[in-house]
Design a protein around this ligand. Structure first.
Ligand code: G3H
Ligand code: 13P
Ligand code: ZN
Length: 333
């Protein structure tokens, strides 16, 4: 049994309380490899932003959960080396799907876990979430739950179409499950193709897809029911078109990739939404940079020569999100 506090990590409780009061959101960035983690920590150290490092099931399969946890422990020391005196770093399990998995993360030093029972019938979601909460809270580990279903692929959970969170259920769900934060469905979805072309209009000048707005009315109703309660948005990548263009220019093929416009995330950050999940944008930044280097220098074979520029591009992306979209800069001095 390892307690996250001994690793210099923090849970989300205080982060979220401050974010709601201050009208900003905490970035929750997924990481799968060293370059991503270095870029996240560098961006947060340079902007003094609190951060949630997320480990998904895909990341565990790819990189090994044990290794990822030790990397997060190393990240706290790396942050201090970069001159960040009091790093506020949370290590979070993204989309945990069983009690056993959540327990293993709590026991192993994670400071926060998500139990995603959103695909289960309502009562089963409550029961599973409650079981995880009862265990995690003994060790002061915070728990995120999900109500409502996002469109697209949620790890192993496949939803044909999204089902917005029903505001009339949130008080009962939060009270009976005891969760610390609630992920809701208001129109975001995972991945780089968040909206089908038929859901969008097209900008006549650029020909680019213009997605439909998020359901801010549903968010407002949820906030009214649960004043001051931390709300989480998954699937919040914006799919920057400059990266899609670079990828397509240098041999890629990502037609009609589209995300959530940043203005809408900026607006959400000022509400009870205090955690915004971003993964796909980092993948796009990485891939765009790697494709460009390899296309321009076909003789290059040293991974540092293309992973290095990819890492620099991710630092730029993360800093942009922190400063221009979420407003979390300067909140962890
Ligand atoms: O929620 C989904 C995240 O983007 C992680 O996806 O399981 O492919 O790592 P992944
Ligand atoms: P994106 O695919 O929009 O980056 O969402 C990531 C996410 O929600 C991780 O849980
Ligand atoms: Zn997610």
């Amino acid at each position: 049994m390892v307690n996250y506090k001994d690793l210099g990590l923090v849970n989300t409780r205080e982060m979220f309380a401050k974010a709601i009061d201050g009208g900003y959101a905490i970035p929750a960035f997924n990481f799968n490899n060293m370059e991503q983690l270095q870029a996240i920590i560098k961006a947060c150290a340079e902007t003094k932003s609190p951060v949630i490092l997320q480990v998904s099931s895909g990341a565990r399969k790819y990189a090994n959960q044990t290794l990822l946890r030790y990397m997060a422990e190393g990240a706290v020391e790396y942050a201090k080396e970069l001159g960040w005196e009091h790093p506020q770093i949370c290590l979070h399990l993204d989309h945990g799907d069983t009690f056993e998995l959540c327990k293993s993360c709590v026991d192993f030093g994670f400071s926060s876990v998500m139990i995603d029972g959103s695909s289960l019938p309502y009562e089963e979601n409550i029961a599973l979430t409650k079981k995880v909460v009862e265990y995690a809270h003994q060790f002061d580990v915070t728990v995120e739950a999900e109500l409502g279903v996002l469109a697209g692929v949620e790890d192993d959970v496949v939803a044909e179409e999204s089902h917005y969170t029903k505001p009339e259920e949130v008080i009962d769900f939060a009270t009976r499950s005891g969760c610390d934060s609630l992920a809701i469905s208001i129109g975001t979805s995972h991945g780089a193709y968040k909206f089908k072309p038929e859901q969008c209009t097209r900008d006549p000048q650029t020909g680019r897809l213009v997605p439909p707005p998020l359901a801010f009315d549903v968010l407002a109703e949820i906030e009214k029911k649960l004043p001051g309660f931390p709300i989480v948005l998954h699937g919040s990548s914006s799919v920057p078109q400059e990266y899609v263009d670079i990828i397509n220019t240098y041999g890629g093929n990502m037609p009609d990739a589209v995300g959530v416009p940043e203005e809408q995330l900026r607006k959400a950050s000022k509400s009870a939404v205090c955690k915004i999940n971003i993964d796909s944008d980092s993948r796009l930044a990485f891939t765009a940079a790697v494709r460009k280097v390899l296309a321009e220098k076909p003789g290059e074979f040293d991974p540092r020569k293309y992973c290095g520029p990819a890492r620099d591009e991710m630092v730029k992306l993360y800093k942009h999100k922190i400063i221009e979209v979420l407003g979390s800069d300067g909140k962890a001095e």
